[in-house]
Design a protein around this ligand. Structure first.
Ligand SMILES: [Zn+2]
Length: 446
């Protein structure tokens, strides 16, 4: 414990910020304070950052300069977040065509490419610099703190990285994170996760709702009786029945959160249930299918503007989710951050395999996001031992991709799963306007 106190002391955390070139702890301190600021002060900060962002994007990023010029807009005249509606919406397809030469920029900070297919089933590459990633990582810690977790509490985290990089391993060591794979959710593996919880006195569990639901379900079936202090979920839709099962089994609140792999953390749920938007980091707009802002309290497409330009500015970026802003702007918890009441359309069905594994949506996105030749995909299970992979190819596609995908799904998931690839022209949107990635006819959802 003395060692941990040293590792978590401010001088050591500052040193870690400098070595990693990611000022995580200084950002975290800032967000811990500003979450309690009044809304007006947060809006002023947002507006200041937005003006700087537009200045940078128009000056140094041909994609935005040309986009706004051809729309006849002088973006430097925009003063506030409410003015964003004057700008064109940016889609993944537009950015993909401009990537990397036209939509990225050099910054002082080192940058790297992150692959994501988010929740829209469209593989996508984004360049993120270490300053931007540092802010996003600080917000990952802040969102976990919404559950009551502190830097000193050990936790179990489910995730899709089979190999943790140096920075992440250092984080695991610093924070007492027991990282376990969500690739394999067989009963044997789930039992080993319950053992880790018991042996290490873990009271916080974090990760994808699907994997934690599977853990809660297994805990119930084997009579595991330990309660938790907090659960934090991200990445998929937390279905009502998932929340009920997890909260009932582990006897604590689930803090759901919302972010995306492009270096944006959007919001986290407070103890009152509202999703508080991390306002200094991101501006959130909700628009209808014609791009017109909807009234607060109405559902629409989520547009994100990351207020730090970073190596690849994202301005009015259509992430592919459906959300709703709260009618109220004041929350009983006292935080000043504006609020979303709902985020829809994130997938959380399972694919069951003949060998007893359960594959969550991130199993597939974690594989497909590296295949830029696939424009969209979705996985459909109608039989216990078989899936159909529907895909829309693009200009980068060649047939070798399919053999490689099949091999990866077999190696990481289950070699006995039969896979049928089906090339299609389009993947239809569901009734919420989303493209669902994983569609299982074998389970109930609500
Ligand atoms: Zn609140």
């Amino acid at each position: 414990m003395i060692m941990k106190d040293i590792l978590l002391s401010q001088p050591f955390l500052t040193l870690a910020d400098i070595i990693s070139l990611q000022p995580i702890s200084s950002y975290l301190r800032f967000y811990q304070e500003c979450q309690w600021w009044p809304l007006e002060k947060l809006q002023d900060l947002q507006n200041n950052r937005l003006r700087e962002l537009l200045h940078t994007a128009c000056g140094g990023v041909p994609f935005y300069r040309d986009l706004y010029r051809s729309a006849g807009i002088n973006a430097s005249e925009l003063r506030c977040v409410d003015d964003l509606k004057k700008l064109p919406i940016v889609t993944k397809s537009l950015l993909k065509r401009a990537y990397p030469s036209l939509c990225t920029r050099r910054t002082f900070w080192p940058s790297r490419e992150y692959f994501t297919s988010g929740s829209s089933g469209a593989p996508f590459a984004a360049r993120v610099d270490s300053l931007t990633m540092g802010e996003a990582r600080a917000l990952m810690l802040l969102r976990a703190q919404f559950s009551g977790w502190t830097l000193k509490d050990p936790c179990l985290q489910t995730g899709m990285s089979l190999q943790r990089g140096g920075v992440k391993r250092l984080k695991d060591l610093l924070l007492g994170v027991h990282y376990v794979t969500a690739y394999d959710l067989s009963d044997k593996n789930l039992d080993s996760y319950l053992n880790i919880i018991e042996q290490h006195g873990i009271q916080y569990v974090m990760g994808y709702p699907g994997s934690i639901y599977a853990l809660a379900d297994r805990a119930e079936r084997v009579g595991f009786s330990l309660g938790m202090k907090g659960i934090v979920t991200w990445g998929d839709n937390l279905y009502h029945n998932y929340r009920q099962k997890i909260e009932g089994q582990f006897r604590c609140r689930v803090t759901d959160t919302y972010g995306c792999g492009e270096g944006i953390q959007v919001a986290a749920q407070c103890e009152m249930g509202a999703y508080h938007i991390f306002m200094p980091h991101v501006a959130v707009e909700i628009v209808d299918d014609d791009g017109v802002p909807v009234k607060r309290g109405e559902s629409g497409n989520v547009l994100l503007t990351r207020l730090r330009p970073g190596a690849m500015p994202l301005i009015r970026y259509k992430i592919g989710d459906i959300g709703r802003l709260a009618v109220e702007t004041k929350c009983g918890c006292g935080r000043g951050f504006d609020m979303l009441t709902a985020i829809h359309g994130r997938d959380s069905d399972f694919i069951f395999t003949p060998g007893g594994n359960k594959l969550i949506v991130h199993f597939f996105t974690g594989i497909f996001e590296y295949y830029q030749g696939i424009e969209y995909f979705r996985i459909i299970q109608t039989d216990p031992d078989k899936i159909t992979v529907e895909f829309v190819p693009n200009d980068f596609f060649d047939d070798k991709i399919l053999a490689s995908l099949e091999a990866e799904i077999h190696t990481k998931g289950d070699p006995a799963l039969r896979i049928n690839f089906n090339k299609v022209d389009n993947i239809p949107l569901d009734k919420t306007g989303k493209r669902k990635i994983v569609l299982s006819n074998l389970i109930n959802r609500s």
